[in-house]
Design a protein around this ligand. Structure first.
Ligand SMILES: NC(=O)c1ccc[n+]([C@@H]2O[C@H](COP(=O)([O-])OP(=O)(O)OC[C@H]3O[C@@H](n4cnc5c(N)ncnc54)[C@H](OP(=O)(O)O)[C@@H]3O)[C@@H](O)[C@H]2O)c1
Length: 216
């Protein structure tokens, strides 16, 4: 399967390398394939192709949104709406607003009863969005190691087939998956990003992950 990763930051690069490691072909999309950071990344990861957002979205059977939430409309426009048609889209992005965190608490530009993923799903009605990977640091996204066992990734989305595919990917990447239902759960999952970042901003702790404990 071919994966188009829209975004070339820490998340884009981490997931591009992880999918490649798992045997997928990857094209990572950016506004500027010539920039220094990307050239360095390419040197270490020669199998990963790099191109524009449109190249990446056209290439992938599976797409990943790894961009700031505030840039979503711009990136969809650059990628071309038609390139999302009929595809599963993993939405890693968070609706973080421009104001700095207060007492370690990030601000979102979405309000109660609203979420970035629902907005994006409305903008891309012919794609199947699945929220995933948004509430863990990029260094933990692939094969995280914890003595307590596998951490939990919370996902949601309206298409069960898409969520099954994302669950298979998460299993291969070393996570257990909790399906939280339809896209209406995205606001709750996106808020986990705020919670996850607080120990980071307050105490510089960035290597934790969530786990859902259940009665045996
Ligand atoms: N960092 C983490 O550990 C982490 C963990 C979980 C979730 N997330 C979420 O994942 C997303 C990506 O995070 P990140 O840390 O990898 O980096 P980021 O700085 O949020 O995103 C970098 C990417 O976004 C693109 N971009 C930025 N502004 C843009 C604009 N106005 N128009 C088009 N493209 C734009 C950059 O393009 P160029 O390549 O052209 O510069 C780059 O490809 C965010 O929504 C973040 O909240 C991050």
């Amino acid at each position: 399967m071919k994966v188009g990763i829209l975004g070339s930051g820490d998340v884009g690069q981490t997931l591009a390398a992880a999918f490649t490691q798992e045997g997928y072909s990857v094209l990572m999309g950016t506004r500027n394939p010539e920039k220094k950071e990307i050239k360095e990344f390419k040197k270490d990861n020669p199998a990963i192709e790099v191109g524009s957002y449109a190249d990446s979205a056209a290439f992938g059977d599976l797409l990943v949104l790894a961009i700031p939430g505030s840039a979503t409309d711009e990136v969809i426009k650059a990628a071309g709406k038609n390139n999302f048609k009929g595809k599963v889209v993993i939405d890693v992005s968070n609706p973080i607003s421009k104001e700095p965190p207060k007492d370690g608490v990030l601000r979102f530009f979405t309000g109660p009863g609203d979420s970035l993923m629902e907005r994006t799903q409305k903008a891309l009605p012919e794609a199947s969005l699945v929220k995933a990977f948004n509430s863990a640091g990029n260094t933990l996204m692939y094969k995280p190691k914890f003595k307590e066992g596998k951490p939990t990734m919370f996902i949601c989305g309206d298409d069960d087939r898409a969520k099954r595919l994302v669950t298979e990917i998460l299993t291969a990447f070393g996570w257990e998956t909790e399906d939280m239902g339809k896209s209406g759960a995205a606001g709750a999952i996106e808020s986990l990003c705020i919670l996850w970042c607080i120990p980071g901003f307050l105490r510089n702790q960035w290597s934790h992950a969530f786990k859902l404990l259940k009665p045996s």
